[in-house]
Design a protein around this ligand. Structure first.
Ligand code: ASP
Length: 341
């Protein structure tokens, strides 16, 4: 694995498999049965210049669960970028304070520009419509775990990516990551104008995968293994698109009817979250809450072991974890969510 995690392009199949194995070793710590201090004394700089709940908090929690500490800043208003500071200067300054840096920024390519100024590991926490590599890794880790439980294999799997495939950075990273694996069938369904960039489709096809584009969910998906649905990224729309976009029609709605009538009992549902629950948004329906096929909260939980694995690998303590485990003494509920199944 290279020094930074900026894009899935820098990952080889072996480094992804390594991260999946290290994440599995982090499970007892992530699920609060054991503690480690392998990163005691290390400091993470968490720089988020765009809205975030999961990514920011889970990177923070993952670093703390490895024994490190976190300094963070959110939004441009309270950072020196509001005074015109360049990415280069910010990067060099932060690198003097921190042992690893996670950055989210609205401009595609900005995290790579930031990383070019430092030898301290930098992780892309999302660069505009570009990429979100740690999300793709935790998504793959989720698919791997769920498939293991269901006795399925990635080889020949049928995966549906739906929603905003143009601006959704998580699907950009995920489709590239999946393409490193054995041939599978990937179906893409998005509203007009929000299709997956053709260069990504070409890349995946050139690696031997079968990619099909459809214009609605109103067809047979009975052999579907995963439906991965995404939010419409309205914050990235041009003014013209904002005026013309009428909202997501029912043809794109992932809900209990879609799953019961068009998919199967073993189709799992994923979403990078947040889901837009405002009226008319037609994002992933809450009527699936409590259905065991809904994997979204298992998916968010998986963000912790995977992000721990990323830090441990980049900071080269991945081999020390087993030697540094102690039991947890505080109260931990047997089940985290009240509807968990
Ligand atoms: N949380 C994800 C991201 O930051 C997905 C989303 O915002 O819709 O890309």
């Amino acid at each position: 694995m290279s020094q930074h995690l900026l894009t899935v392009d820098s990952l080889q199949r072996e480094s992804v498999d390594h991260l999946l194995r290290v994440a599995a070793r982090m499970e007892p710590i992530a699920s609060r049965r054991q503690v480690t201090r392998v990163l005691e004394g290390a400091v993470l700089g968490n720089l988020f210049f765009e809205a975030s709940t999961r990514t920011r908090v889970s990177f923070n929690a993952a670093f703390c669960r490895l024994g490190g500490s976190v300094c963070d800043t959110t939004g441009f208003t309270f950072s020196s970028m509001a005074k015109g500071e360049s990415l280069y200067d910010t990067s060099r300054v932060m690198s003097g304070y921190c042992d690893a840096i996670v950055m989210r920024h609205p401009d595609q390519g900005s995290v790579a520009e930031f990383a070019a100024a430092t030898h301290v590991p930098v992780i892309n926490g999302g660069d505009g419509p570009g990429e979100h590599p740690s999300q793709a890794l935790l998504d793959l880790y989720t698919i791997d775990k769920e498939f293991y439980r269901l006795g399925k294999s990635l080889n020949g799997a049928h995966i549906l990516l739906t929603g905003d495939l143009k601006y959704g950075r998580t699907v950009h990273s995920l489709i590239k990551l999946l393409s490193l694996y054995d041939p599978m069938r990937i179906t893409l369904v998005s509203p007009p104008g929000l299709e997956m960039p053709s260069k990504l489709i070409d890349l995946v096809t050139s690696r031997g995968h079968r990619v099909e584009q459809r214009d609605s969910l109103a067809s047979d998906f009975s052999d579907l293994d995963v439906v991965y649905t995404t939010r419409i990224q309205k914050e990235r729309f041009t003014d013209e698109m904002n005026e013309s976009f009428q909202g997501l029609s029912d043809d794109f709605m992932v809900n209990r009817d879609f799953l019961d009538q068009r998919c199967s009992q073993s189709t799992m549902v994923m979403h990078p979250l947040p889901r837009d629950s405002r009226p008319g948004a037609n994002d992933l329906n809450v009527d699936l809450n409590g259905d065991s096929r809904l994997a979204i909260f298992r998916q968010t939980d998986n963000g912790i072991p995977m992000r721990m694995a990323i830090f441990a690998t980049l900071l080269k303590v991945d081999d020390l974890i087993e030697k540094d485990l102690r039991p947890v003494h505080w109260f931990v509920p047997a089940q985290i969510g009240t509807l968990d199944r």
